[in-house]
Design a protein around this ligand. Structure first.
Ligand SMILES: [Zn+2]
Length: 267
């Protein structure tokens, strides 16, 4: 396959599952054309390790992609988060701005999800993102309408990425109108993901940014394996087939989509 330039807009490369083979995986990512990886935060306790990792790889080399940190409190770990973590977050932002805040959002999948606390943390983080003029990486499961409503009510204008988008076309269009792009990853590689594939075609190339969400969201044919950033070209290949555009054009389009919502990518 011809080599293109990619950004993996959502990859948890800091997770300990990668500890034994992170170097090899990073090298393979570069070989696959993945020149930039956005590493989102999930819990305050993990931020130091994440920042340290990204600091070591601020530039693209033949050994590693450029790693860009995002900082946030993930809704799936709602019971771990404390108010003091938001104070710590602002302390870190005053030292150096990450590429985005995230991942943050709502996840009403699990019955013990504490929806009110999730809402509170989301709103507080969106306020911080607004104050620091930062885009956000949104995690949204079973809650797109509530999330869209909140973004509107808060007049949130920083935009960002709705990661692993799985909603309807109508919801997609509302996010796009709010200045967001939609993250597409492993889910689209499954032929049974018919609604998602239809939404990809209906919205066209301008709506999407690539992501792996590694180590999660395994690709079709790789179920049960740890997902990795060097698998990103496989997601891209499916998008080429769905959107019927030359790879070169599409890779360039996804790159500029990412740049549009994560302007810090340029620096
Ligand atoms: Zn994630």
């Amino acid at each position: 396959m011809i080599r293109f330039r990619f950004c993996d807009s959502h990859c948890h490369l800091d997770f300990s599952v990668f500890d034994p083979k992170r170097r090899a995986i990073m090298r393979q990512a570069v070989e696959a054309g993945v020149e930039v990886i956005v590493v989102p935060g999930v819990r305050a306790d993990d931020w130091d390790k994440l920042l340290q990792l990204c600091r070591q790889h601020q530039q693209l080399t033949t050994e590693a992609p450029r790693l860009l940190p995002a900082l946030g409190l993930h809704p799936c770990f709602v019971s771990d988060h404390q108010q003091q973590h938001l104070i710590r977050l602002e302390e870190l932002l005053r030292q150096q701005l990450p590429i985005a805040l995230g991942e943050l959002g709502l996840d009403f999948w699990s019955p013990s999800a504490e929806p009110e606390r999730q809402f509170e943390l989301l709103q507080q983080q969106l306020e911080i993102a607004h104050a620091y003029r930062l885009p956000v990486l949104l995690h949204a499961r079973k809650c797109h309408d509530q999330l869209i409503q909140l973004l509107r009510r808060m007049r949130f204008e920083q935009g960002g990425i709705v990661h692993a988008f799985s909603g309807s076309r109508q919801q997609a269009e509302q996010y796009l109108a709010l200045g967001f792009k939609l993250g597409i990853g492993g889910a689209v590689t499954y032929p049974r993901a018919q609604r998602l594939r239809r939404t990809v075609k209906e919205l066209g190339a301008e709506a999407w940014v690539l992501e792996t969400d590694a180590p999660d969201m395994p690709l079709c044919g790789k179920q049960g394996q740890v997902n990795r950033p060097d698998y990103l070209p496989d997601v891209f290949q499916v998008m080429v087939e769905l959107l019927q555009q030359p790879g070169e054009t599409l890779a360039q389009q996804f790159w500029s989509n990412t740049l549009a919502v994560l302007p810090g990518l340029k620096a």
